[in-house]
Design a protein around this ligand. Structure first.
Ligand code: ADP
Ligand code: F6P
Length: 461
């Protein structure tokens, strides 16, 4: 059996809680398979040298953590500047928020080269390498340039936009060409895969040379959709433990006369938080019977606070929540409880279970694991209802949710009202179908099917 080497920008100790789909999913995968997890240590060295960084190797159970420090200049250009200032907004269809600066691209390349150099020193010839997400798109090309012949797979956790949007990135050809250094490229959805196929055929005159294989730049890459899942059993086990039960009890007791709605997100402009809050205001306005009876609990985990657009969204959200509470709240009832924090993972299932409705309404999302966690945490005899954005990757698999267009405030408010009024039988039917699907396509299915496909694939150089 080959050793698994996972590489991602964000690392997390698999024994500790984390927020963010990638860290949560990979932590759970590696806990089972063992192997190496290589990535940024989270440490920024103020006076370090660009292109250099110390590597710290430690053991966390069966997982070897290899953590690389970055100097401030590299981190700024690679993470804040290029990954989160160009790739994240463009891949989430937000050209208006992208800032193209050539220095940032230089930093992105330099850090990918640094990752490649440090990783090469740790690799064994038959290691299976699995690289994750937009921070590290050119990593395989850098490894190949250093002579790495291992099988290398790549999974993009975020959406891949259509060709016309991708083409706005000044270095888009270089970026997309880098994908051909992989043996296998995985996307979250069939829609993302279609965008890849259109792009490479139009911009790189790629040919399809077999089932899901694309040939261009003298290389062949296999590309497929592998929708990421959660560890349903593990999450349900967490839901039976003391902390989750306590959270359920205290939340139900505190809000005994209320119907609860829940939102759990990183505080990110892609999550559509202001749109969601406006839809909730519309609900209170259009359906006044919800005043005094419905409360929205919104937990937003601090994220990327050094990127300007994130500070803007935080201010907008605080002001919206404040104005709705001011307009509608009174001594007995506040419509919104907004918390700018990360909830302990062991409490999450209890919180989800205490709520009648989940609002998962991103403007664009690769998958969205919160949608799946909410379903997994419900009481099958009295389940809550999922209101899900049609623009979340999860919508491709979760058609029994109430699918909404988050830009349509009125339509979203109507869907929330529908969710609050839904009869028990319909709730049970929808929930059973959703639960069966997230069980079938859980995180183990995702990991197994990606790695099996990778093991069987070989790129022709
Ligand atoms: P993303 O990867 O963009 O953050 P996902 O919904 O796919 O979005 O994954 C988010 C993960 O992080 C989920 O496992 C979720 O439970 C967790 N998470 C997000 N926000 C919070 C929060 N405020 N508190 C605790 N966990 C959170
Ligand atoms: O899942 C998408 C993602 O961008 C991951 O790559 C990332 O780890 C997570 O969201 C959280 O973002 P960050 O690592 O920038 O804090």
């Amino acid at each position: 059996m080959s050793r698994l080497v996972v590489v991602s920008n964000r690392l997390a100790d698999p024994r500790k809680p984390a927020a963010g789909g990638l860290a949560v999913a990979l932590g759970e995968t590696l806990k089972r398979t063992g192997g190496v997890w290589f990535g940024w240590s989270g440490k920024v060295v103020e006076d370090g040298t660009p292109g250099e960084g110390a590597l710290h190797v430690s053991q966390a159970g069966s997982v070897t953590l290899a953590e690389l420090d970055l100097c401030a200049e590299d981190h700024d250009a690679y993470y804040r500047g290029y990954a989160n200032g160009v790739l994240w907004p463009v891949f989430h269809y937000r050209l208006d928020l992208a800032h193209f600066e050539s220095g940032h691209l230089g930093g992105y390349r330099r850090v990918n080269q640094l990752f490649a150099r440090k990783l090469m020193a740790l690799l064994k010839p038959d290691d299976l390498i699995w690289i994750h997400d937009y921070h590290l798109i050119p990593l395989a090309a850098e490894l190949r340039a250093m002579g790495c012949g291992n099988r290398i797979g790549f999974f993009l956790h975020i959406p891949l936009p259509p060709q016309q949007i991708l083409a706005a990135i000044p270095s888009h050809e270089w970026l997309m060409r880098a994908l051909f250094a992989y043996d296998l490229v995985g996307f979250q959805t069939e829609a993302d895969l279609l965008h890849f196929s259109h792009y490479v055929k139009a911009e790189a005159t790629a040919e399809t040379v077999g089932v899901s294989q694309f040939r261009a730049f003298n290389s062949t890459v296999q590309a497929k959709a592998f929708p990421i899942g959660i560890d349903v059993e593990d999450f349900q086990r967490l839901g039976c433990a003391r902390e989750a039960r306590e959270t359920f009890e205290t939340t139900r007791k505190e809000y005994s006369r209320r119907r609860l709605l829940i939102g759990v997100d990183r505080l990110d402009y892609s999550k559509g938080l202001p749109h969601r809050i406006r839809a909730f205001r519309e609900l209170l306005q259009q359906y006044p019977e919800n005043r005094h009876s419905a409360t929205l609990l919104q937990v937003a985990s601090p994220s990327r606070e050094d990127v300007d657009a994130y500070a803007d969204i935080q201010r907008e959200l605080e002001s919206l929540c404040g104005s709705i509470n001011g307009d509608y709240g009174d001594f007995e009832w506040m419509p919104i409880r907004y918390m700018h924090r990360t909830v302990a993972r062991k409490r999450l299932p209890g919180l989800y279970r205490a709520c009648a409705v989940a609002l998962v309404t991103p403007l664009r999302d690769g998958m969205n694991l919160v949608a799946k966690e909410f379903v997994a945490a419900q009481d099958e005899e009295d389940p809550g209802v999922l209101v899900l954005s049609r623009f979340a990757g999860a919508a491709e698999q979760m058609k029994e949710a109430l699918l909404v267009n988050p830009y349509d405030t009125h339509g979203t408010a109507q869907a929330i009202q529908h969710a609050l009024q839904m009869p028990l039988e319909e709730r049970k039917e929808r929930h059973a179908a959703l639960l069966a699907r997230i069980r079938e396509f859980d995180v183990h299915w995702w990991c197994r099917s990606f790695l099996q496909t990778l093991e069987q694939s070989r790129s022709e150089a």
